[in-house]
Design a protein around this ligand. Structure first.
Ligand SMILES: [Mg+2]
Length: 463
């Protein structure tokens, strides 16, 4: 297993160095200030110090002599001993203030922490680093910078060190990294998706799945009690689960058989409802909640398509008219991530393979997401089976289809926001955004690219 580890702020934790660097520069910090960001703000806002000169000097010291006060977790040493590790860093040769040879300082530091023997590659720019990582067949890359992970073109498993909200498998500390390496080591590893690693151990195949939040992992653990979730599971740390790789699974179609079997599954879940105390992810019981979810996702808009999506959302909102609140929303079991690849068939049984987002919520979200989900294409026959299925599931829930109709365009738009963050979805997102814009220009009642379904529902409600 060939592993690339980033140096600054991944292997090296500079928290202590910033405090020592300030004292070397004669900058007096108040007691409550110690992190890099706090120190930076303090220098910028303090009349007594010169911005940005003093900050540049502090940084020079941090990566210069104060690097010796930095910390390295003991697990990094274990990893360097056990695995084939290369340290890959884009560190410029000289510090901005011109006083330090940063690479030499880093080498001295690595030596002092027992990492002197590890192969260390320095590259001048981020682009060169990305090229190096892409071309040297690493199995795993650990870096704290999302821009690096975004750039890598290879099948390597990408671990985002201390990554807050990113699309990558996120690791919070070196203890977690070591747990993962120990689990998947010495086997052929394969990246199935960003959060899924397939590997084998003692001739058995497993999947390691990473979760953004512990609550998602807890939903999966809860679901183990159900027969239709066949998986063997073990948790490692608070954000990773190991599943036995299931063989002999057949993909499903949304047909009558699926419908009947899913109704059976849903009955079991409803009978268990008093024990299901948790909500589905991003729970949305009213229209306002859908908008909140969209606003939150809008905060991350950061690429070429951002402007188009912002304009489109403005237009969707300007179409709103009248009071659009529905009072009698019934809480039920909801699967926000209802799509083909979360279901399989084996020996005549329907299996459900993903519980990380399920919980109490408005069931109509399940239908709306199933229709707009980017993970599958569904044909007309399947669409009509899904309408029949949710008609059966929502018996007694008088405003179910009204809620579906009301929130139809918001969910369609939210899917563009979910999907655009993966590069491979960009052109599809762009073309669906164009369809939605053109529906608005044509003054259509419904903006979503799935508007035909809206009209089928509308017809059914009238009959
Ligand atoms: Mg770094």
């Amino acid at each position: 297993m060939k592993i690339a580890l980033d140096l600054d702020n991944t292997i090296i934790n500079y928290a202590n160095s910033f405090v020592s660097a300030c004292s070397l520069e004669g900058i007096e910090l108040p007691n409550n200030i110690c992190s890099k960001q706090e120190i930076k703000n303090f220098i910028r806002n303090h009349d007594h110090y010169e911005w940005p000169m003093d900050w540049i000097k502090v940084q020079g010291r941090v990566y210069g002599e104060a690097i010796l006060d930095a910390a390295v977790a003991s697990e990094v040493l274990d990893i360097a001993e056990k695995f084939d590790v290369t340290i890959v860093s884009h560190k410029s040769e000289m510090s901005l203030c011109g006083r330090y040879n940063l690479r030499e300082q880093a080498q001295v530091f690595l030596q002092s922490r027992g990492l002197g023997e590890v192969e260390t590659i320095f590259l001048d720019t981020l682009e060169e680093k990305i090229k190096y990582l892409s071309e040297n067949s690493f199995d795993i890359i650990v870096d704290d910078l999302e821009a690096v992970l975004d750039g890598v073109k290879s099948n390597a498993i990408l671990l985002h060190y201390e990554g807050e909200d990113s699309n990558y498998l996120k690791v919070s500390n070196w203890e977690e990294v070591l747990l993962i390496f120990n689990e998947i080591t010495d086997s052929k590893i394969e990246k199935l998706a960003t959060h899924l690693i397939k590997y084998s151990k003692n001739h058995k195949k497993f999947i390691l799945k990473g979760f953004r939040e512990t609550s998602r992992l807890e939903r999966e653990l809860y679901s183990l009690k159900y027969d239709f979730n066949p998986r063997y599971v073990e948790a490692i740390g608070k954000k990773f689960l190991i599943f036995k790789y299931e063989e002999n699974l057949s993909p499903i179609y949304f047909d009558i058989e699926f419908k009947n079997r899913f109704i059976e599954i849903y009955k079991v879940l409803q009978e268990d409802m008093e024990n299901i105390s948790f909500n589905a992810t991003d729970s949305a019981l009213e229209r306002l909640d859908y908008k909140k979810n969209i606003d939150r996702r809008m905060n991350y808009l950061d690429n070429s398509i951002s402007k188009e999506l912002e304009t489109l959302y403005g237009k969707i909102l300007s179409k709103e008219k009248g009071d659009r609140k529905i009072e009698d929303v019934r809480t039920n079991i909801c699967f926000p991530d209802f799509y083909r690849e979360n279901f399989y068939e084996r020996d005549g049984s329907l299996l459900l393979m993903d519980f990380e987002s399920f919980g109490r919520d408005d069931l109509s979200r399940t239908f709306l997401n199933a229709i707009h989900h980017f993970g599958h294409d569904i044909n007309n026959r399947e669409e009509s089976v899904l309408i029949d299925l949710f008609t059966d599931l929502s018996i007694g829930d008088a405003s179910f289809w009204k809620r579906v109709k009301l929130n139809f365009d918001l969910v369609a738009f939210e899917w563009l926001l979910i999907a655009y963050r993966r590069e491979e979805n960009l052109s599809k997102v762009r073309s669906l955004a164009n369809i939605m814009s053109s529906n608005i220009e044509k003054n259509e009642e419904v903006v979503s690219w799935k508007k035909d379904i809206w009209w089928i529902i509308d017809d059914r409600l009238k009959s």
